[in-house]
Design a protein around this ligand. Structure first.
Ligand SMILES: Cc1ncc(COP(=O)(O)O)c(C=O)c1O
Length: 428
């Protein structure tokens, strides 16, 4: 008899613990759920209308593997406004961020390769290299307290020490899901220099780059040099210069601000979070042009292409990008400030809640002192309080003891959740 089983690395994959908690709440309509990382609003009408028009016009056929030229050019123009200038020949359209990450991993990661990740981390980023048979090494962020304010921080030396010669790739997600940590420009420079020295690929997951609240604004020098212009005149059309979002940075620091076109740096991005398009499954990759031919083959054998009418809608999303991002940022900043203020109030502090204020993303990743089993705690929260949160252990062992709360929600709904958590903690 032959065994009827999946490959060993696939059998070894961890099943989603967020799903496990969500399943525990299945069939109950009184649960207030904040467990998934998803905007609470539908996609803006102008984007939905664009997809409808494209469908009506019969845009229902296969497209080029790398995406329709109009979208590749629109993405190139968009990312050139945020980062260093790039041409459409380095952009490939993908079926959302998760497919972009899988494709680029298939492109670069061999079985047995050493891949370094900074954790806690969205599980897909850890499991994708494992599916390909790579060895994944974690460098944990540290939860530290400064002037009474807890913060998730990177120990840069620990990361550089883990990036030993022979390491194939660093997979880095900043702003980070689940902690909201954002890498600084200074740390980026050090990481890039180190990866350059040892020939290590840098795979940047930039899907939350527009959801950033407090990160230091862009370094004008980088941008004006990159765009070939000089001084403030060259900055005026750069979104990262902080022109938007009430004087704060509208884009997190990215390796795309620093990297040369033909070096070992790739970036995965998505329409899901910034443009409220999770269900559309549309994303992109920016890679050195020399990888494009092979990437096109991989897209052919994975998905062949993203749907044409969805790509048309993507063009319209980017045409309205700044208005959509400004709207979302304003809502999420208010939601973050509200939730963090609540969870830092004496009632919660006295109950052992430690809630670092995230610099980016749409999550607060907080601890409750004395609670070591986050999965069990989240199941109790569902059963006893009707509150749906994601267990920290879903984001790797380094996330154990913490809970993730997605704050992409109205303040009213968050307030109901806060009241449920307070009641639960009082009865513990
Ligand atoms: C860190 C990170 N990267 C990538 C993605 C992929 O998103 P999508 O596949 O919807 O584009 C997600 C989604 O939650 C994420 O959290």
């Amino acid at each position: 008899m032959f065994s009827v089983t999946a490959r060993d690395p696939v059998q070894a994959l961890r099943a989603s613990r967020i799903r496990e908690v969500a399943n525990a709440g299945m069939g109950r309509n009184d649960v207030l759920a904040f467990w998934f990382g998803e905007p609470d609003e539908v996609t803006p009408a102008v984007i939905r209308d664009a997809a409808k028009s494209a469908l009506d016009a019969g845009d229902v056929f296969y497209t080029h593997n790398l995406g329709i030229p109009a979208l590749r050019e629109t993405i190139a123009a968009y990312t050139s406004r945020l980062h260093r200038p790039v041409g459409a020949e380095r952009i490939a359209v993908t079926s959302a961020g998760v497919s972009a990450l899988m494709l680029v991993s298939q492109l670069l990661v061999n079985p047995g390769d050493r891949v370094v990740v900074v954790t806690p981390l969205w599980p897909n980023l850890v499991e994708i290299p494992r599916i390909l048979g790579a060895e994944v090494v974690s460098v944990p962020l540290q939860l530290r307290t400064h002037a009474d304010a807890p913060r998730w921080e990177l120990d840069l030396d620990q990361l550089l020490d883990a990036l030993v010669p022979g390491t194939r790739a660093l997979l880095l997600n900043s702003p980070n899901n689940p902690t909201g940590w954002v890498i600084s420009r200074e740390q980026q420079r050090a990481v890039l220099a180190h990866c350059r020295k040892h020939g290590i690929w840098l795979l940047a997951d930039d899907v939350y780059e527009r959801l950033v609240y407090d990160a230091a604004t862009e370094d004008a020098q980088d941008l004006s040099q990159a765009s070939g212009s000089s001084g403030m005149a060259g900055m005026s059309d750069k979104v990262s210069a902080g022109a938007l979002a009430v004087g704060q940075s509208a884009c997190a620091p990215s390796f795309l601000d620093l990297a040369e076109p033909e070096e070992r740096v790739v970036s995965a991005n998505s329409f899901s979070k910034s443009f409220l398009m999770t269900g559309w499954r549309l994303g992109w990759l920016q890679v050195p042009v020399s990888l494009m031919h092979d990437l096109g083959k991989l897209i052919e054998y994975n998905t062949s292409c993203a749907p044409g009418f969805v790509q048309q809608a993507g063009c319209v999303a980017l045409a309205h990008s700044e208005a959509i991002v400004a709207h979302t940022l304003q809502r999420y900043r208010a939601a973050r400030d509200y939730l963090c203020a609540q969870l830092s109030a004496p009632e919660f502090r006295n109950a052992g809640v430690i809630a670092p204020r995230p610099q980016g993303t749409m999550y607060v990743f907080f601890r409750v002192e004395g609670e070591q089993d986050s999965l069990a705690l989240c199941k109790r929260l569902v059963a006893d309080a009707g509150l749906g949160l994601a267990p920290g252990s879903a984001f790797g062992p380094e996330g154990e003891g913490a809970i993730r709360w997605c704050f992409a929600s109205s303040t009213e709904r968050l307030a109901q959740g806060v009241a449920r958590l307070a009641a639960f903690l009082r009865q513990r």
